[in-house]
Design a protein around this ligand. Structure first.
Ligand SMILES: [Ca+2]
Length: 102
């Protein structure tokens, strides 16, 4: 059995996973284009990436008031002004991811 293709596949998957890992920004009050605060007057930690691999940049937000992570799919075509849909919670093992702070 040749190990080279198997090792190459594992390395490719590891690099892909690392490239898509969220890297959350420092918390701040987020505002949309109209100037309204996103997620109700709470500090949020956004990060951006193409997690569904459709070519457009999506947004994940770590929300301080509930500790959950919100995923906003960008429905705009790649390279154009982003259009974020309503968020969905990010789950792990059947439960929303919740991170305490403090
Ligand atoms: Ca995307």
């Amino acid at each position: 059995m040749r190990k080279t293709p198997w090792i190459a596949t594992v390395l490719l998957l590891a690099v892909t996973a690392w490239a898509q890992a969220p890297n959350f920004d420092y918390p701040y009050l987020m505002r949309n284009a109209s100037g309204f605060i996103v997620n109700g007057n709470a500090y949020d930690c956004p990060c951006f990436g193409d997690w569904d691999d459709d070519g457009s940049i999506d947004m994940m937000v770590g929300v301080f008031y509930d500790g959950n992570i919100h995923y906003y799919h960008n429905s705009a075509p790649a390279g154009s002004e982003p259009v974020f849909e309503n968020f969905v919670l990010v789950y792990s093992d059947g439960s929303p991811i919740s991170v305490s702070y403090g």
